[in-house]
Design a protein around this ligand. Structure first.
Ligand SMILES: C[S@@+](CC[C@H](N)C(=O)[O-])C[C@H]1O[C@@H](n2cnc3c(N)ncnc32)[C@H](O)[C@@H]1O
Length: 261
């Protein structure tokens, strides 16, 4: 394997790189035997978030400064790709994830639908190329885009793709149901689109996973959940800025924005 860890401790390892390239190395080399029994991840949604917010996409800065923390986009990812290109990229990434997980593994893939300029955009047109076991709804509790034109969108999806031997931890874990009322990420580490620690924590807990990979790790939320659960966590993140934030968060060297020391 050629990509060196950006951060590592007893339980978690974070790689700075592109998910497709790093996972491609692992699939080809199979040098690392533990890539994660489950994968919990949230890719960029191709919502038009451009670094710095340059006027493309649905969250372009307007005169009224709507768009909140989305308006500046990601640190270095252009989230306004041609839709076909985006869908092909994500299908390739899902294919690599599928090759990495073992026969009792599963992928929890968070995404959301949206209506943009009168057209519904369903993640990858629901053509994932993988066997779908279940769709879980994540209830964020509150939504973005609160205005009088429509109801605020509070629901996101978690697509569960599972290998044949994947089972939940036990019967009681099934009682978690397929609507997870987790709210939004409460802590702000300067990322436009984090999920709450509760989301990967619930996936790890209910699956009884031995290890977890997040190839779009952002500020390391899945790795924080892995550490808290005492299981192995592996992350990949393209932006060095977010890697740095994740590393400091994992080393407990940084407080969320707005929290006094
Ligand atoms: C929706 S965010 C994930 C946020 C994360 N769940 C958290 O709680 O912080 C998607 C992340 O994917 C990263 N990203 C974009 N392209 C990538 C690529 N090719 N490989 C790895 N990460 C990438 C972005 O920088 C962004 O941090």
């Amino acid at each position: 394997m050629t990509t060196a860890p950006y951060y590592a401790d007893d339980l978690v390892t974070l790689y700075h790189g592109k998910a497709e390239e790093v996972m491609g190395e692992w699939v080809n080399g199979l040098a690392n035997p533990d890539f994660g029994q489950i994968i919990v991840t949230s890719p960029p949604y191709n919502m038009g978030l451009t670094p710095g917010g340059n006027g493309r996409g649905m969250y372009r800065p307007g005169g009224n400064n709507k768009g909140g923390r989305f308006r500046d986009g990601y640190a270095n990812h252009d989230d306004a790709m041609p839709q076909d290109e985006y869908d092909a990229w994500q299908r390739d990434c899902l294919g690599l994830m599928w090759e990495l997980i073992p026969s009792d593994g599963a992928i929890y893939y968070n995404h959301k639908q949206r209506v943009e300029h009168g057209i519904v955009r369903i993640p990858l047109g629901l053509q994932f190329g993988l066997p779908l076991r279940q769709i879980i709804t994540w209830d964020r509790g509150t939504g973005i885009g609160v205005n009088r034109r429509h109801y605020a969108g509070v629901a996101e999806w978690v697509f569960l793709f599972a290998k044949p031997d994947f089972k939940l931890r036990d019967h009681s874990a099934s009682g978690a149901g397929d609507v997870w009322r987790l709210g939004m990420a409460r802590e702000d580490y300067g990322h436009p689109a984090p999920f709450p620690v509760g989301l990967p924590a619930k996936a790890i807990d209910t699956s009884g996973a031995r290890s977890v990979l997040d190839p779009f790790a952002g500020t390391g939320t899945t790795l924080v959940a892995a550490k808290e659960a005492g299981v192995r966590g592996i992350g990949i993140e393209k932006s060095e800025h977010y890697c740095e934030m994740a590393a400091r968060r994992l080393a407990q060297d940084v407080l969320p924005l707005g929290v006094a020391a």
